[in-house]
Design a protein around this ligand. Sequence first.
Ligand code: CTP
Ligand code: CA
Length: 227
Amino acid sequence: APVPEESLSLAGRTVLISAGGTREELDPVRFLGNWSTGRQGYAFARAAVARGAVVTLVAANTELPDPAGAKVVRVVSARDMDAAMLAEAPGADVIVMTAAVADFRPVVRAEAKIKKDGALPPPIELTENPDILAGLSRRRAERGPAGQVIVGFAAETDPSLDAARSKLARKGCDLLVLNRVGDGEGFGAADNEWVVLAADGGATPVPRRSKDALAEVVLSLAAARLS
Ligand code: CTP
Ligand code: CA
């Protein structure tokens, strides 16, 4: 499908966006985390506000100024984000999961700071976090005929679209924004770096673009799916 050229309006629509990277605490001063800055999610928030949407941004550990006109909900861990997204989701017309969610968290969060005592450190035992995106899709299905467009993100090294296609199916979302990463082997031109896959089989290649421009393309694809 061609990328819609015009900025499809989101006036009167509600858009829910996650951004940043979750942190999973080990003790009161330490965590497992990732390097996500949240910039892509903030770009979505600005773009959605500009199209007239009511915007909620669930932000994990970002250091960016609040986007003007958006409600910002701050969270730390994947479980915090899961609760915030599930609470906001029922009223949302469009949901965009840009956040880097930790797949695992420590089984135990120590109450006091972990000390070294001369012996080898104990291994950190991990358990799996909830899959927020899959949960949002499941909840939507339970509510019955949709009227809600759910968008996920993925970075894959597989030069074919197979891994992303199966991820899209597993997550149950409508659009998966795929970033093809790797050393370029088999990837062809940088033009193929981004592809928006649709659950109905569509694939829209997006030439290398800024985070703002990518947000515009994806919002147009999402808005076109709203009845
Ligand atoms: N995601 C989520 N909850 C998780 C993990 C991921 O909602 N616990 C979301 C991300 O925000 C992203 C999408 O799912 O929109 C894909 O994330 P990714 O890490 O690529 O998928 P995973 O299912 O975690 O698979 P992988 O083993 O490849 O990391
Ligand atoms: Ca993951």
